[in-house]
Design a protein around this ligand. Sequence first.
Ligand SMILES: [Mn+2]
Length: 451
Amino acid sequence: MPKTVIVVGHKNPDNDSISAAVGYAYLKNRLAERTGDDVRYVPACLGPLPPESAWILAQNGIEAPQRISHVHTRVSDVMTEDPISIKRDASMLEAGRALRKHNIRSLVVEDDEGRFQGLISTRAIAERYITATDELEDGNPESTMAVASSLIESLSQKVHELMFTNAMRLEAEDVLHDVVDDLIASELREAVVLDEAGHAIGIVTRSDVATPPKRSVILVDHNEVRQAVTGIESADVMEVIDHHRIADITTANPIKFINRPIGSTATLVTLEFRESGVDIPKGIASVLLSAIMTDTVILKSPTATQVDREQVDHLAPIVGVDPTEFGLSVFRARGGDADMPVEELVEADSKEFQLDDSTILIAQHETVDLAAVMEREEEIREHMRSLIKNRGYETVVLMATDILAEGSQLLAEGNRKVVNRAFGIECTGEGGTWMPGVLSRKKQVAAKLLG
Ligand SMILES: [Mn+2]
C-alpha cells in the first residue's frame, strides 16, 4: 500500500485553501510518478466547501477534497489488513495448518456470512495440549494412552470450541491513542478491527502500537497551529506552502517551506507547476485561477502583486477564458448577494456615527455584482427603515461598493436632506446614487457627513 500524505488548508476553508490543496496534491502525485515514489497525495479539507469551490470543482469533474476532522494516527494506519480467516466449523487441524502456512499467531474465526466470531491463536492451541497432559501420571501407561487419544481428538475438534471470543474490538477510524492503553492491558496480544457489518477487516497487535507511525501532512494557505487540522502537533508536517504571516508550526526536520507576500496560495502552486515542468491540465488550471481571483478580488485587492498577475496570464489561456469575466463568474457562483439574508447584507459591515444629538448608521457592502444587490433594493430599503424605527437612527446610509467598477451606489433612508447636502446630490427613495471613486466609508463618506 502506498504511503499517504494529506494536503490540507486551514479551518473554515476558503476557495484558496481548497484549490491550493487540490492543485498541489495533483502536482505532487505527478512528481511522485516521475520519481517512482510509492506515495499518494490526498487533498483534504476541514469544513464544508465554499459554494464557488463546489461549483468550480463540479464544472471540471474534479472530486472534492476529502473532509477530515483530525490527523491523529488511526487504527487503520497501523492494522494489518485482510486477516487470514477460518470458518467456525473448521477443525483444529485445519486451523493449525493455516497458522503454519501463513506463519501467523492467530486466525479470525467467522460464521458462514463472514461475520467475526472470535480468534483462534497458537496460544489457545498450546493451552489445549498442555491441559491434556494434566492427565498424565508418571509410570502409568494407561494415562499416556489417554493423553495421546485426547490430543488426537483435539485435531478434529471444531475451532469455535476453542476460539477466544473476548478479543478487543476496534473500528478502523478509532484514534489509536484512545485505544492503546486498553489494548496493552487486554488478555490477548491482538485486537480485531471490524467493519459495520461485523466483518474482520484488520488485526492490531501490541507491537503495531509500540511506535505508531505519524501521519504525514502538507499545509497549504496557513502555517498557524490555531488554524490547522486537529492533531497537527502529533503529525509529521512535510511541507508548507503559504502567503500569510509566519506563525507557530514547528517541525523536527528541515522541510520545504514556501512563503511569499503575494495574493494567493494558488499563485504559489502555479509557480511550482511551472518550475517543475509539469503540465497544468485545464481542470486544475481552472481551479487555481478561480482561487487567485477570489483571494485577490479579481486582482483588485491591495494584496495582489505582479507575480499573481503573471500566473493569471499563464492560467487564463489554458482555461481559455478572459480572466476578469471568469473571476466574475466565480464570484457569482458564491451566490452571496442574491441569497444572503438582508440583515447580513446591510449590517455585517456597519458603523454608527454621532452627528450632534442624532446617530447615523453607515453600512458598506462590497460586491462584484452590483446588479444582484440592486435587484433587492426594495427589501434592503425596508430593512434600513426598520433599523431607523427600531434603533432610533436618524439616517441609515448603505454604500453598495462595486469593487470592479471602483465606486459605490449610495442608498439613504431617513433624513436624506443631510446626505444630499453633504455630497451635493439628489438622493431619492429609489435607485440610489452612483458615486464613482467612492470606496472608503471613513474617508469619503463619514468624513463628509460629519464634517
Ligand atoms: Mn489564501
